[in-house]
Design a protein around this ligand. Structure first.
Ligand code: FAD
Length: 393
């Protein structure tokens, strides 16, 4: 293998290039990146960057003196992958044919109907999104956040810090109820309420109001919330439309085995665009978190370079989220848990560790401001994950 294309020049793509070089690949690496920017870190976009306490230099992902010997094409989008070959067509009219491909095209935010016709409505995924949102977050303005997932909850916290009047609308019974469950989600509710956020849970959004510029969010129960700015944080979908007709299964991201291999030889996928088989769950699962994009790149690259004999199983999913003065950390798979118990610290003080169990076995661990014990648990859960040998039995 002498030429490898990395499609998507962000966290997963950059981590893949680093892994290629670390694992001894000395051939040509071509990076195709739709954005005009060098790789930057997304987590600060809803936190320090949005708050104004970090600038663009602070969020660069590459070190100043880092030279991975890759050829970067910025602002160029891959538009098709020809089945039966590893030829990638590009938005600039050109194409490249390579020996191996790392797919790392991430995800794009889901939109609400009517956003495109109204100024003042935002999603948050890219640096350009963050710049635009930041311009609209003026003290005293009324911000309505639609969706209390991580991005919605973090933007609400940052906006309160900037002096906005913030209302969050969430269809589920509590913020982050999907990943954390309703009981732990209720603790996040109280965190926001204590900081003056108006939280409306269990109610859907019917649409946006305003001519030219948004002036409100209409709710399914008939109320309308006045708004100067609206942030829509209702999830993201994998950026895989360009792979239609390639022979890959892209029904919920690029379907991969537990090592990042796709159905096409010498093509691997990693990061938010990929749905890997998860042996702990016994099914495919798409992880949309920073450490998944970063850590799994090394596994996918080893798969690519070894022709599919990699046996390292990726660590269980992990994410963190910073809201106000609280760091939330979760690892494992809480899905299907039958008990969640605070085992250390105090939920009231928002300084605790809780363990999710299924039939007595720990399956996930949550911490609020309780990093030390959490890290011990994270290691422990990783050692309990199924091994590659078990997978082949
Ligand atoms: P992305 O970062 O989305 O990068 C994909 C790249 O591919 C993009 O540059 C895109 O333009 C490019 N691309 C797309 N299509 C094409 C194409 N056809 N051709 C070429 N290039 C293409 N995770 C946490 O664990 N903790 C956090 O606190 C946290 N905070 C976050 C805050 C925000 C605002 C956001 C948006 C995400 C946050 N995340 C967090 C998630 C984390 O940042 C993502 O999981 C991570 O960025 C995924 O990396 P990726 O490289 O797979 O995808």
């Amino acid at each position: 293998m002498r030429t490898i294309a990395v499609v998507g020049g962000s966290l997963a793509g950059l981590s893949a290039i680093r892994a290629l070089r670390r694992q001894g690949f000395d051939g040509q690496v071509l990076v195709i990146g739709a954005e005009p920017h060098r790789p930057y870190d997304r987590p600060p976009l809803s936190k320090e960057f949005l708050a104004g306490s970090a600038g663009e230099r602070d969020i660069a992902l590459e070190a100043d003196d880092e030279d991975l010997g890759a050829e970067w094409r910025f602002g160029v989008r891959a538009t098709a992958l020809r089945p039966g070959s590893r030829r990638i067509e590009l938005s600039d009219g050109g194409s490249v044919e390579v020996d191996g491909i790392v797919l790392a095209t991430g995800a794009v935010p889901r939109l609400l109907p009517g956003m495109e016709d109204r100024a003042g409505t935002h999603v948050l995924r890219t640096l350009d999104d963050a710049r635009a949102l930041r311009r609209d977050l003026r003290p005293g303005a009324r911000l309505v956040v639609v969706g209390a997932g991580f991005i919605g909850a973090e933007v609400a916290a940052t906006a309160r810090g900037l002096g906005l009047d913030v209302t969050v609308v969430e269809a589920a019974p509590a913020p982050l109820a999907g990943p954390l469950g309703p009981r732990m989600g209720a603790i996040v509710s109280s965190l926001h309420a204590d900081h003056g956020v108006r939280l409306l849970c269990g109610v859907g959004v019917a649409g946006l109001t305003g001519n030219g510029r948004v002036d409100g969010v209409a709710l399914a129960d008939g109320r309308t919330l006045p708004a100067d700015v609206v942030l829509v944080g209702v999830g993201a979908r994998p950026n895989v439309g360009w792979l239609a007709g390639s022979g890959l299964d892209v029904s919920d991201g690029v379907r991969c085995d537990a090592f990042g291999a796709t159905d096409l030889p010498n093509v691997v996928a990693v990061g938010d665009c990929a749905t890997w088989y998860d042996p702990a769950l016994g099914r495919h699962h798409r992880v949309e978190h920073w450490s998944g994009a970063q850590e799994r790149a090394a596994v996918a690259v080893a798969t690519l370079l070894s022709g599919g004999t990699e046996t390292r199983i990726a660590r269980p999913p992990y994410f963190w989220s910073d809201q106000y003065d609280v760091r939330i950390q979760l690892t494992g798979h809480p899905h299907g848990y039958d008990s969640v118990v605070v085992e250390e610290g105090s939920a009231d003080a928002r300084d605790f560790l809780a363990v999710y169990r299924r039939q007595g076995d720990p399956v996930a661990v949550l911490a609020l401001n309780h990093a030390k014990s959490f890290m011990r648990w994270r290691k422990q859960l990783a050692t309990q994950a199924p091994t590659a040998a078990a997978l082949q039995e």
